[in-house]
Each structure stands twice: as structure tokens, then as C-alpha cells.
Write a protein that binds this ligand. Structure first.
Ligand SMILES: [Cu+2]
Length: 169
């Protein structure tokens, strides 16, 4: 009984995250946050290329802001972050993935008339070289560790640095 309930609960959690599928290009975890400057915001999503054909995310458009650009976040040797407009877009291998996430690549929204508030929705149009235009609904979620971006399995990296101190004493 407990297991069935758990499955139902998991299914319910999964429902809002059903990926938008268009031409086998899957877009997951689309959400946005307000920037430190309230006239700016950033949007994130994950693209899985299931088309079997190499592609490129050329551009992203939206009516939500006057200026919408693909950005990467780069760190200099002093660890200072800066953002760069990626005019050439992001390469997407056949069966490849593009991850836009906090602290990394993102869609930059500039000149927002109003700050982005939780629950607000807007549409992004992703422009692919091969797959064409795909519209994605983005939900604003300003929570620091947004549930819109479920934890990916990065744990594999951290587990391997097992301490060797136990052998000596
Ligand atoms: Cu940016």
C-alpha cells in the first residue's frame, strides 16, 4: 500500500515536468529567475537532441524582454565571473545535450519592464539550425534551489575521492 502511494506521489511530482517534445528535440526543466538587477532575468533549460542529427541552438527569442541573448558565464583566474553573449549559439551533437543552468550558460533577459515574479510564465522560442523553432513555456521560480531543476546525478564525481587516511594511524 505504501509503495503504491509512493508511486502515485512520484507520478504527481513528475506531471509538471513532462518535457515539451517537438520533432524529437526534448526540452526539460525550463524555468527563469529574476536577476540581481530587477530589469534583468535569466532562463534555464536542458535540451536533449533525440533527432539523431547534429544541430545548433542559434538563438532564443521572447516577447518577455526587449533584449534576449544566449550567454555563458566565465570565470577569470581570480574567480571573478563575467557573462559573454554567445552569438554563434551552442553546438548540439546528435544525441547531445545542452545544459543551461545557474552559474553557467543561460538565456539573458534584459530591459524587463517589471521584475520576474514567482509563478509568472512566458514563452521562449528556441531557434535551432536544423529542428527549426520550438516554443517553450518558462515558469519563474526564484527559490535559491529551485525544484524546477531537480538535482542531477553529479554525485558520481564526489564519491570517488575516498579518504585513504584510515590505513595509516
Ligand atoms: Cu547573462
Amino acid at each position: 500500500m505504501k509503495i503504491i502511494r509512493l508511486i502515485v506521489a512520484l507520478f504527481a511530482l513528475t506531471l509538471p515536468a513532462v518535457p515539451a517534445i517537438a520533432g524529437d528535440m526534448e526540452i526539460h526543466h525550463a524555468y527563469a529567475v529574476s536577476g540581481a538587477n530587477p530589469k534583468t532575468g535569466a532562463a534555464f533549460f536542458v535540451v536533449h537532441n533525440m533527432t539523431g542529427v547534429a544541430d545548433r541552438l542559434l538563438d532564443v527569442r521572447s516577447d518577455a524582454a526587449p533584449v534576449v541573448q544566449l550567454h555563458v558565464t566565465e570565470f577569470n583566474s581570480d574567480g571573478v565571473a563575467s557573462m559573454r553573449h554567445v552569438e554563434e549559439g551552442f553546438e548540439l551533437a546528435a544525441d547531445g545535450t545542452i545544459v543551461l543552468e545557474r552559474g553557467g550558460a543561460h538565456v539573458m533577459l534584459m530591459g524587463l519592464p517589471e521584475p520576474l515574479v514567482d509563478g509568472q510564465e512566458f514563452t521562449l522560442t528556441l531557434v535551432f539550425e536544423m529542428a527549426g523553432e520550438i516554443e517553450v513555456t518558462v515558469v519563474v521560480d526564484n527559490a535559491p534551489d529551485s525544484t524546477a531543476m531537480p538535482a542531477m546525478d553529479h554525485s558520481a564525481h564526489s564519491g570517488d575521492h575516498s579518504m585513504d587516511h584510515s590505513a595509516g594511524d
